[in-house]
Ligand binder design. Structure first.
Ligand code: PRP
Ligand code: URA
Length: 204
């Protein structure tokens, strides 16, 4: 259920994301690059259907994607992951969930939701950080309540605590991540992690 990227480029990009001297402009480029790798990995098992096309030379039985692509970035940080999905899947529908962790308790609060029709659809939640799992669990609850058939999480860095929380509350959920880090700090930040993804992305 946890699928990790295994590619030298992944290690290279994540190491630069972690580096505290990396400036927001570079951080955004690296976030785009890792999200592109994740988009390819997370969609490996998308359903296809057979179609007939005519090449300039002959008739060919090929395959095209069978289902619409729906992604739901979690504001703010998840916005960094949307572009690669939009570029790879031009017909994508994008919903938005606004979730924010309280700075002292680390408990996530939902402040915004705008979703396309998702009943019986497969949905990909985009959120670069899976720490306590509180935000991901809330996102999964909202999407399940709206009737999603299957929800996958796509993250850059995840912590064992967050993966466990998702497993316990929504067993069978696929989690695609670039890396699995060691643990959470007492302030519920991922270690070694990369700090606050949203702040580093937007220079706040
Ligand atoms: C970050 C991150 C996740 C959440 C993960 O968002 O983007 O949504 O924390 O932590 P959790 O697993 O413990 O819930 P944050 O609340 O900092 O909001 P932001 O993206 O607006 O900065
Ligand atoms: N959110 C972040 O942006 N970073 C963490 O380490 C944990 C939650």
């Amino acid at each position: 259920m946890l699928h990790l990227l295994s590619h030298p480029l992944c290690d290279h990009v994540v190491t630069h994301l972690r580096d505290r001297t990396t400036k927001p402009i570079t951080f955004r480029t690296l976030a785009y690059q890792i999200s592109l790798l994740l988009a390819v990995e997370a969609t490996r098992d998308l359903a296809t259907r057979e179609v007939t096309v005519h090449t300039p030379l002959e008739t060919h039985q090929g395959c095209t994607l069978a289902e619409p692509m729906i992604v739901v970035p979690v504001l703010r940080a998840g916005l960094a992951m949307v572009s690669p999905f939009m570029e790879l899947f031009p017909d994508v529908s994008v919903g938005y969930l606004g979730l924010e962790r309280d700075e002292t308790t680390a408990v996530a609060r939902r402040y915004y939701a705008k979703l396309p029709p998702i009943r019986n659809q497969r949905v990909f939640v985009l959120d670069p950080m899976l720490a306590t799992g509180g935000s991901a669990v809330q996102a999964l609850e909202v999407l399940r309540t709206h009737g999603a058939r299957e929800v996958s999480l796509v993250c850059v860095v995840c912590a064992p605590e967050g993966v466990r929380a998702v497993e316990e509350t929504h067993p069978g959920t696929k989690v695609f991540a670039a890396v699995l880090d060691r643990e959470l700090s007492t302030q519920k930040y991922i270690l070694p992690g990369l700090g606050d993804f949203g702040d580093r992305l937007y220079g706040t």
